[in-house]
Structure formats: structure tokens, C-alpha cells
Design a protein around this ligand. Structure first.
Ligand code: C2E
Ligand code: CA
Ligand code: CA
Length: 816
């Protein structure tokens, strides 16, 4: 609709402009024509005036000629000279003859005294005599004179001619009316309307004779009357009205000009020449009609042209707009077909290029959005799409769908230590291995995806659980062979989770998260592949929310330091205590470390936690020392702590601040913590050991470490894992392991500690095996640090129940 309006706007604008130009032109031309016509009429009138004057002059000449003939007539002259009765007849007939010949209205003889002595008419108009008397002298000198007389409001030409014999003996006077005849002549030669008019001394106008119809002539007189009064007024106000004017006479408009013929006393005689404007402009009017017709035609033609042009502009635009709408809907097919060489064509072409560009870019964006650029595998979004499609299909076919999710072990660490480039190359190699496996198993490569980071997933539509477990085993096996890159060999294991439809869930997202939960469980258990179980969810959801809260725990002072005593078995003396953290959760009560330490390690929060434990342990150590109790406090360190280059510095600072000696501390490290990055771990441990702290290998026997590392590390203590100690009384195998571990430790010059000592029987066994120290529920569960002093006071070693034990002298460390 909007384009229609653009079209009409263009058309309307053009039309408006056109009409404005045409109408202005027309008006200008019309005015020009009118002016022209008026000018022409004025010129005509002026000329007419001149012509009329000429006519009067010629008339006067004719009259003079006629009068002269009479004045030179010898018989006539003689008759005047004789002046008797006979001659009087001769004179009168001569006057009549000559006057008649030249059509004089009155012919008179005036004697030398200036008296009218003969006349063709007995009528002697008053005033004529006086006029003639005034002319005599002029006539005498110039051989005849002419003038104008107005008698009874009618104008006459008067000629006076001296009769000489040879002196002047009289005058011939002839009068001629100025009337229809002169007016007629005027009308004939010039097509002007002529009206002879007089004005009496009192200002009354009279139309004497006119070529106009009588009625019109009458109305002209009336109008002249009015005009005369106005002119009088104007004169009084000092204005001079010209003798050209316009009037409406008898329903037609006239341009008029007043030309004076003469005056007589207070009377005036004029001829009013008139030209009908309608007549004068008749030719122009025809021209104007033509012009008007042409203008209208021009407007119509250009109007049509404007509309067509507007259409030509607006229509392709609306076409392009439709195309743009199509592009908006994501339809990039179909070229934009506007074959024009003008700007609109250029716009269409540009839009077409844009369409191509957008289509290409969208394809690229799609690729980036759905494909992992590093491994060229589908990404999480694409995998989910695929998974949901398979689920929909499975729902109709009654199939199963299984999802495998895998996360590499220690990848983050590899990335940190060997660099991101190395990490990327490693991921590519893993992807290649998995792809090769998929192809080998006859699976589509599209079923393998990299979800992000070091997470991969495999989709198995139409498979069963056995098939999924089989493939999981193969995947783990494929990753068992170390990867070699840049002459480096990297051992890279993985945790694998399995979840499936319809057994576990029905939608893609939840199946994926179930597989993920199973995968984390697998990692925690160090168990290659784990099938999802709803039980996992509860614990993992709990730990996840705990993790968020954990961040606030330190600030809210929710952590508590618990300690578990370590006893020298041979003497029954309390020689140390292990610091174990507890979380006094406001709602959950006491939370055990197993539930948050792994997550603290994953997020790096463990560094904050370790710092807190060191701080609290240092305070405890100082308090005990002040009471004269000198114990070695064992503190657990995790992998992240060992990777922390600042740890030795922080440790030293805490020791210094609380004025305790590093020698009052034993740091416990698990084998796996060392094995993650042996070089860095060794470096950190060496620095800590150099300060005087003891080092202990915790959970000894559960890791995969080689003894070669043990030999190289500055270790002071081996802590046999509780799994071997707990049942050593019943389990001969466990007992053998404990015995040989004790021997191994001693042979390497290390102190050996057994943890998980739950019974007096085991106490006895360990004593016989020569184990240095024991730690376990048999002596004490972990207790709040503040209760340790009292506990020591109550402690009685087995077999020496009566004797109160003392804190062993050999394990005391002087307080600083
Ligand atoms: P761990 O270092 O091996 O600590 C010994 C664990 O064995 C403690 O569990 C202790 O309560 C338990 N235990 C001691 N004697 C017996 C016994 O006779 N029978 C049985 N069944 N268990 C016994 P806890 O306190 O729950 O700690 C679990 C683990 O959490 C610790 O294992 C340690 O790896 C970690 N942990 C605890 N506190 C800290 C800490 O402050 N820092 C770090 N990095 N790890 C900590
Ligand atoms: Ca420990
Ligand atoms: Ca342990």
C-alpha cells in the first residue's frame, strides 16, 4: 500500500507542477495578449484621432475652397458692389447655389460693417455673429479662416472668406454640420465607432451623431456625464484624467478616446472614438482558446506520462520490497529479475548481490553454528537436533536411542602445561581416532559430535544397551594407546556416561544431561564407562548447588576445622593430628569433605580452602604449643595446590604470621596429585620440604605411581590407605599388603602410618608389624580442633590403660 502511495505522490507532484507551470504560462500569455490588444487598440484610437482631425481639416479646406470660389465670383462681387434690389436676388441665389454645391447648411454674406446682409436661412443663431466677428481679422489676413461653432448643442465648421474688390467689401460665411457624415467616414476608414458629442456650458452631454446604435450612443452620453463629474472632482484634487478610457456600453466593453473638435464659449464639441474590445481581441480570444485547449491537452498527456513514470519507478520498488520480504523469511532462492539499466536496475542488482552475500554468510554462520571448526565434527547444537530427530523417529518406530558422552581425563591440565595449540592438535587426534572407530563399526560419522572443550558424544539410534556398552568399551580402548604429538607422548584416558531412550528420558536435553551425570560418576569412580542411574542425579544436583554455596561459606564462617589424632603405636603417645575440614551448613548440618572437596578441586576453590586450613592449623598449633603440647599437624594438599607456584610463599607467610615453625607441619599428598604433573609437583614439594615441613604420601597403595618417583621425591612418611587397614584382621591379602608396605617404607627410610585403624586387634597387628603410627576411629573420630587438648588429656593407650599417656618427647617440635 505504501508503494502505491509513493506512486501517487510522484504522479501528483508532477501533475501539480505541470498544472502550475501551464496555468501560470496561460495567465501570462493571456495578460500579454490583453495588454497587446489594449495597446493596439490605444494606438488605433490615437491614429483614429489624427485621422478625424485630418478629416475635419480637409473638410475645412474644401469649405474654404468653396467659399473662395463664391468670393471670387465676379457676378457675385459685382452684385455686392451695386447693392440694389436686383443684385440682392443675384447674391442670394449665388449664396444658395454655391452653398448647395458644397452642402453648406448655412451660407451668409456679411457686409463691411460686419452685419449679416444676406443668408440662405432666415434663422440667425445667436452667438454665430459674435464668432464670425472674432474671425474677420484673421480671415482678412490669411485669405479665409475657419472655426467651430456650437449652435443648439450641435457643432458646425464655420468658414469666413473676404470678398475683395479689391478692397474687402464683405465676407462670405459658410457653416457645415459636423455629423453623421464625418462619423461615417471615420467608421469606414478605421472600423472605429465615432460619436460626435457636445457639452453645454452647464456640463450636459449630448450625443449629436454616432455610428453606434442610438441606444448605445445615448448610454455613452449618460456615462460621459458621470465621467465628466468624476473628472471634475479629480481635477479639484489635482489629478489629471487622460482622454483615453474604458466603458461598458450596451453590454460590450469599449476602449474609448475623446478628441476635442473645438470649443465655443463655454461649450465643447468632441468626437469620442470607440473600439469594441471584444471585437479587437476576437482574434486573440481564438488564439487563447487554442492555447487553453493545448494546455489541457498538455496536462492530460503529461499527467498520463507522470503516472506511467511513477509506476515505472514505484512498481519495481515494490517488487524489490517483496523480494526483501522474501529474504527476511529466509528464502534466498530466485534471482531478482529487474532488467533495467537505470538506478532502479542498479538497486535491484545490488539487492541481488546482497541476497547472494546473505545466503553465503548464512550458510557460513550455519556451519559455524552447527559445526565444530576445530575437529570438523557436528557441535552440541547439531548433535541435539540430530538427537531430537532420532527420538521422534524412535517414538513412531518403537526403537531405542542411546547416547554416549565422553570427557577426556586431565585435558585441562595438558592444555595448561603444553599449550593450547598442543591441546587443539590433541583434540583433533582424538576426533580422528573416534571417527576411524565409527567407520570401522559401520556407524555414520554424523553420529559423532564434539560438544565443547574435551567432551565428545556419540548417538546410537536403533541400538540397544549392550551395543552401547560395547561401543563404549571400544572407545575407551581406542584411547588407551597413548597419543603422540610433536615427539611427545600423552596418556589420555576418558570418563564415559551412557543414557538412553526410552529407559531414562524422552527428550534430547535431558538425555544429554543424564549421560553427562553418568560420565561424571564414571570419572569420580575412575570407572571407564557408567550407565546412568537416577541415584546419581540426587547426589550430583546436591553437590552442584553446594558448590555455589561453598563460595560463600568462607565469608560466612561456615567452615570448621576438625582434627583426628595420630598415635605412635609403640609408645601409645599422641604424636600428631590430621586437619580435616567440615562444613557447618546452616540447613544441611555438617557436610563431609567427600561431598565438596572434589568440586572445590574442579573449580580451583580448593586453593582458598587450603589456605584457610593452613591458617586454622597454624592457630591450633600455636595454641597447643602455648599449653605445652607439641604436635605435628598434617594438612591435606590437592593437585591444584601443587600446581600453585605461590603455595610455598603463602605457606611461609602463614607460618611466620602465627609464629610457628614449618617443621610442626606434615603435608599429605596423594599419588595421583603428584602424577598429574610430576615435574611441577616435585618442584613445589621440594620448596616446601626445604622449609622444614614433612611430606607424606596419602592413600598409599591406591595410585598407579611408580616407585621411581617415590625415590626422587623428598618424602618423610607413607600413609597406608585405609582400604587395606580396615579389614586386615580378616583379609590375609590386605595384611600382606600392609606388612610389605611397612617394610618398603622402612627400607626407604620413611615413617609409616596406618589410617583406618578401627579396632584394638588391628592395633595389635600393626604394633607387631612395626608400624610407626596409627590413625582411626578406634582412637578417635575426627573432633573439633578446640576439643583436641581435652581429648589428649583423656587418652589412654591400649595395654597401658592405667597410665596417663604423655605427649611423646621424640615428636615434639620446639615452638618459636
Ligand atoms: P583422607 O586424607 O584419606 O582423610 C582420612 C579420611 O578417613 C577422613 O575422612 C577420616 O574421617 C577417615 N577415617 C579416619 N579414620 C577412619 C577409620 O577408622 N575408619 C574409617 N572408615 N574412616 C576413617 P574425611 O574427613 O571425610 O575426609 C575425606 C577426605 O577428604 C580426606 O581423605 C581428604 O582426602 C579430603 N579432605 C578432608 N579435609 C581436607 C582438607 O582440608 N584439604 C584437602 N585437600 N582435602 C581434605
Ligand atoms: Ca589425608
Ligand atoms: Ca587417606
Amino acid at each position: 500500500m505504501r508503494f502505491r502511495s509513493l506512486e501517487s505522490r510522484i504522479a501528483a507532484l508532477f501533475l501539480l507542477l505541470l498544472i502550475a507551470v501551464q496555468v501560470t504560462g496561460l495567465l501570462l500569455i493571456q495578460r500579454g495578449i490583453e495588454n497587446n490588444a489594449r495597446n493596439a487598440v490605444t494606438a488605433e484610437l490615437i491614429n483614429g484621432g489624427k485621422v478625424f482631425s485630418r478629416v475635419l481639416e480637409q473638410n475645412a479646406e474644401t469649405l474654404r475652397f468653396g467659399a473662395r470660389l463664391l468670393a471670387r465670383d465676379t457676378a457675385f462681387v459685382a452684385a455686392i458692389g451695386n447693392n440694389d434690389e436686383d443684385d440682392r436676388d443675384t447674391i442670394e441665389s449665388a449664396l444658395a447655389n454655391h452653398g448647395g454645391r458644397i452642402k453648406a447648411s448655412l451660407t451668409m454674406l456679411v457686409n463691411a460693417e460686419g452685419r449679416i446682409s444676406a443668408s440662405t436661412s432666415p434663422y440667425r443663431p445667436a452667438g454665430l455673429e459674435k464668432l464670425v466677428k472674432g474671425m474677420l481679422e484673421r480671415a482678412e489676413q490669411a485669405d479665409g479662416a475657419s472655426g467651430i461653432a456650437i449652435i443648439e448643442q450641435r457643432p458646425y465648421q464655420v468658414v469666413v472668406m473676404p470678398v475683395k474688390a479689391p478692397v474687402t467689401i464683405g465676407w462670405v460665411v459658410m457653416t457645415f454640420p459636423i455629423d453623421k457624415q464625418q462619423a461615417g467616414v471615420m467608421h469606414e476608414v478605421s472600423a472605429l465607432q465615432a460619436t460626435i458629442m457636445t457639452r453645454s456650458a452647464t456640463g450636459n452631454w449630448l450625443s449629436v451623431d454616432s455610428t453606434l446604435p442610438q441606444l448605445a450612443a445615448g448610454s455613452l452620453a449618460a456615462k460621459m456625464q458621470v465621467r465628466g463629474e468624476q473628472a471634475l472632482g479629480e481635477q479639484a484634487r489635482g489629478k489629471q484624467s487622460g482622454n483615453s478610457f474604458e466603458m461598458e456600453i450596451g453590454g460590450a466593453s469599449y476602449s474609448l478616446r475623446e478628441i476635442e473638435i473645438g470649443t465655443d464659449g463655454g461649450q465643447r464639441a468632441v468626437v469620442v472614438l470607440g473600439r469594441s474590445l471584444d471585437e479587437a481581441t476576437a482574434e486573440y480570444a481564438r488564439l487563447e482558446r487554442w492555447l487553453l485547449a493545448l494546455t489541457v491537452l498538455g496536462i492530460i498527456v503529461s499527467g498520463v506520462a507522470a503516472v506511467l513514470t511513477a509506476k515505472r519507478i514505484a512498481q519495481p520498488l515494490s517488487q524489490l520490497a517483496q523480494t526483501a520480504k522474501r529474504l527476511e523469511r529466509g528464502d534466498y532462492k530466485g534471482r531478482i529479475a529487474v532488467e533495467r539499466r537505470d538506478e532502479v536496475g542498479a538497486l535491484a542488482q545490488a539487492l541481488d548481490c546482497m541476497r547472494d552475500g546473505i545466503a553465503r554468510r548464512e550458510q557460513e554462520i550455519r556451519r559455524l553454528a552447527y559445526w565444530d571448526t576445530l575437529t570438523n565434527l557436528p557441535n552440541r547444537a547439531q548433535f541435539l537436533l540430530h538427537l531430537n530427530e532420532s527420538l521422534a523417529e524412535a517414538a513412531t518406530l518403537g526403537n531405542q536411542v542411546w547416547v554416549l558422552m565422553m570427557d577426556l581425563d586431565r585435558f585441562k591440565h595438558v592444555n595448561d602445561v603444553l599449550g593450547h595449540q598442543f591441546g587443539d592438535a590433541l583434540l583433533r587426534q582424538v576426533a580422528e581416532r573416534l571417527l576411524a572407530l565409527m567407520v570401522q563399526r559401520g556407524q555414520s560419522s554424523a553420529q559423532l559430535a564434539r560438544l565443547g572443550g574435551d567432551e565428545f558424544a556419540i548417538l546410537l539410534p536403533g541400538a540397544d544397551l549392550d551395543h552401547a556398552i560395547g561401543l563404549a568399551a571400544e572407545v575407551l580402548q581406542a584411547l588407551e594407546t597413548p597419543l603422540s604429538l610433536d615427539e611427545q607422548t600423552v596418556d589420555i584416558g576418558a570418563g564415559l556416561g551412557i543414557a538412553g531412550y526410552p529407559e531414562h528420558g524422552a527428550d534430547g536435553e535431558s538425555l544429554l544431561s543424564m549421560a553427562e551425570v553418568a560420565m561424571y560418576t564414571a570419572k569420580q569412580r575412575r570407572d571407564g564407562a557408567v550407565v546412568y542411574d537416577p541415584v546419581f542425579d540426587q547426589s550430583s544436583a546436591k553437590s552442584l548447588s553446594l558448590l555455589t554455596e561453598l563460595r560463600n561459606a568462607v565469608e560466612r564462617d561456615e567452615l570448621r576445622l576438625f582434627v583426628q589424632p595420630k598415635i605412635t603405636i609403640a609408645s601409645g603417645v599422641v604424636s600428631g593430628a590430621e586437619a580435616l575440614v567440615r562444613w557447618a551448613h546452616p540447613e544441611r548440618g555438617n557436610v563431609f569433605p567427600d561431598q565438596f572437596i572434589p568440586f572445590a578441586e574442579q573449580t580451583g576453590f580448593i586453593r582458598v580452602l587450603t589456605r584457610w586450613v593452613l591458617e586454622q592449623s597454624a592457630m591450633l598449633s600455636r595454641q597447643l604449643a602455648q599449653r605445652g603440647v607439641h604436635l605435628k599437624i598434617s594438612v591435606n594438599l590437592s593437585t591444584r595446590d601443587l600446581m600453585d607456584q605461590d603455595l610455598p610463599g603463602k605457606f611461609a607467610e602463614i607460618m611466620h604470621r602465627h609464629q610457628v615453625s614449618p617443621g610442626a607441619f606434615c603435608l599429605e599428598i596423594t599419588e595421583s596429585a603428584i602424577m598429574d604433573d610430576p615435574v611441577r609437583a616435585q618442584h613445589t614439594l621440594e620448596r616446601l620440604h626445604a622449609m622444614g615441613a614433612d611430606l607424606s604420601i596419602d592413600d598409599f597403595g591406591t595410585g598407579y605411581s611408580s616407585l621411581a618417583y617415590l625415590k626422587r621425591l623428598p618424602v618423610d612418611e607413607l600413609k597406608i590407605d585405609k582400604s587395606f587397614v580396615l579389614n586386615m584382621e580378616q583379609d590375609v591379602g590386605d595384611a600382606k599388603i600392609v606388612r610389605s608396605t611397612i617394610d618398603l617404607g622402612h627400607n626407604m627410610g620413611l615413617r609409616v602410618v596406618a589410617e583406618g585403624l578401627e579396632s584394638e586387634a588391628v592395633w595389635g597387628l600393626l604394633k607387631r608389624m612395626g608400624c610407626d603410627q596409627g590413625q582411626g576411629y578406634f582412637m578417635s573420630r575426627p573432633i573439633p580442633a578446640a576439643e583436641l587438648g581435652d581429648w589428649i588429656g583423656r587418652w589412654r593407650a591400649p595395654g597401658s590403660a592405667a597410665a596417663a599417656s604423655r605427649v611423646a618427647e621424640n615428636s615434639t617440635v620446639p615452638a618459636k
